[in-house]
Design a protein around this ligand. Structure first.
Ligand SMILES: [Zn+2]
Length: 318
């Protein structure tokens, strides 16, 4: 079987790399196609839907370089990264030309702005060809995050089930079922019937070889489970638990953010999680825990913006 996306074509046993231009934009996508000799499933892996989430981007770059066609049954498509215009302008995860977050505007619009066109192109040229999807994220440049994985929760039951099993192959302690059905790439893929996961590892605009090695092992383990990559599937080391009733505590004002807790810390109901103050030290908003739980991520910059999630936590499912 040949795999073809615009100008890139890979025959059986071939690996092809190159840029694909998003039609009617100046945005280029660095893409690697790895086509196994044997036919099988096609998996899409993306890093840098959010361009300041460097662990995911470097993981996708290294996987694209390392994986060879003779290890693959089926096809791998890697985009590394997706938001190159954001990456090259060092935005905090928006498309440089229009300020849009790609994970809010799916399935895009061929007649819209650059970001809209990019989303439309991903949906039509890439998602139309795949059986499974793995999206590699991290905390954003201003976010402190504990490693966890999202799986699809509000799609067809068999897609939910397959997504959950994929997520269980990721070696992180926490699983989060997501109920969002619109806006994001991975949610949209789910609505098209494609079992998908979104992994969160790293953040604060940093990356290390150690984190990337862990991240690559996660992706490879999922690929082995899908029988696309050869080798034995490893068990999760953490006895993964599910996090539910996730609360996204939003800032009601712009201000200075003083968190009391870090990602990965356990919290007690009623405990203060952080406060927003103005430039004179006056408290503008207090945030307290609504129940016992675990912090998934929180903003780590001093600045907090109105309507953004300053701290996100959930309950550990018994
Ligand atoms: Zn992200």
């Amino acid at each position: 079987m040949f795999i073809k996306i615009e100008n890139l074509v890979a025959g059986p046993g071939e690996k092809v790399t190159g840029y694909i231009m998003v039609p009617e934009t100046t945005i280029k996508l660095p893409v690697t196609l790895i086509n196994g000799k044997k036919e099988g499933k096609t998996v899409l892996i993306t890093g840098g839907v959010h361009n300041a989430e460097y662990t995911g981007i470097e993981t996708a770059i290294q996987l694209a370089g390392e994986i060879q066609p003779d290890e693959i049954t089926g096809c791998l498509i890697l985009i590394h990264p997706v938001n190159t215009s954001g990456f090259e302008n060092r935005t905090m995860s928006v498309v440089a030309e229009d300020g849009k977050n790609l994970n809010r505007i799916f399935p895009g619009n061929p007649n819209g702005t650059e970001g809209d066109k990019l989303c439309h192109f991903l949906a039509t040229a890439f998602l139309s060809q795949i059986d499974f999807y793995i999206d590699l994220h991290a905390g954003d440049g201003y976010e402190n995050l504990t490693p966890y994985v999202y799986y699809l929760g509000a799609v067809a039951p068999e897609v939910v089930e397959q997504s959950k099993i994929m997520a269980q192959k990721v070696n992180v302690p926490y699983l989060v079922k997501s109920f969002t059905t619109t806006g994001g790439v991975y949610n949209y893929a789910g609505s098209c019937g494609i079992p998908s996961i979104l992994i969160e590892r790293g953040g604060e605009a940093r990356w290390s070889e150690e984190e990337v090695n862990l991240y690559k092992a996660d992706v490879k383990n999922v690929l082995r489970h899908l029988t696309v990559l050869s080798g034995a599937v490893k068990d999760n080391e953490y006895g993964q638990v599910e996090i539910e009733n996730v609360i996204y505590e939003n800032a009601s004002v712009n201000g200075c953010w003083y968190p009391r807790k870090k990602a990965g810390e356990m919290i007690k109901k009623g405990e203060e999680l952080g406060v927003i103050k103005d430039y004179f030290g006056k408290v503008l908003q207090r945030c307290t825990a609504k129940y016992d739980g675990l912090i998934l991520y929180r903003i780590s910059s001093l600045s907090v913006l109105k309507n953004e999630s300053m701290i996100v936590y959930g309950e550990i499912k018994n």
